[in-house]
Design a protein around this ligand. Structure first.
Ligand code: HEC
Length: 140
């Protein structure tokens, strides 16, 4: 009997773990769409990826992206875990494949109303730097 209970508990714990590891991808997403002219924009070609990394991990205002989106981009930053909706998981290709560079730019600049994603106080060139870093180094 004891053995059965132990097995059951172990099975449930495994299910829970598997569930939290995979339930997030694809992520449910109701984020406002950028106007077509902005969604189609992409200024990452001449952007500075190293500066994007610095902004993402440390210096962005009002807060470093990593605090919510996580250093690896998994949407699992210290603050992010408590948010609903959860921060975008940049490593989830199923969701990210439909999100253009211009759409990212639009939300970083304007925020996503009613969520933890506030408008970021960054210059346009800095936004493109961080978009480049996310798209080239964090997205899978
Ligand atoms: C306080 C937490 C927090 C911080 C700091 C934060 N984000 Fe977010 N971010 C979120 C949340 C929550 C969402 C999900 C919004 C939604 O579901 O509409 C999000 C969504 C996004 C998206 C997805 C847009 C889309 O169309 O799906 C991008 C891109 C993004 N954030 C980039 C950034 C960048 C870059 C920074 C730093 C400059 C940053 N975020 C900082 C919480 C945060």
């Amino acid at each position: 009997m004891k053995k059965t209970i132990t097995l059951l508990v172990a099975a449930m714990a495994t299910l829970l773990l598997v569930n939290t590891a995979f339930a997030k991808c694809p992520q449910p997403r109701k984020t406002p769409a950028a106007p077509a002219n902005i969604a189609g924009k992409d200024d990452t070609a001449k952007a500075d990826k190293a500066n994007g990394k610095k902004l993402y991990e440390k210096t962005a205002k009002p807060m470093a992206c990593a605090m919510c989106h996580g250093n690896g981009g998994g949407g699992d930053g210290k603050l992010g875990k408590a948010l609903k909706p959860t921060p975008r998981d940049f490593t989830c290709a199923d969701t990210m494949k439909d999100i253009s560079a211009g759409q990212m730019y639009f939300i970083i600049k304007n925020g996503s109303k009613g969520t933890g994603m506030a408008p970021m106080k960054l210059k346009d060139s800095e936004i493109w730097d961080v978009v480049k870093y996310i798209r080239e180094d964090l997205m899978k």
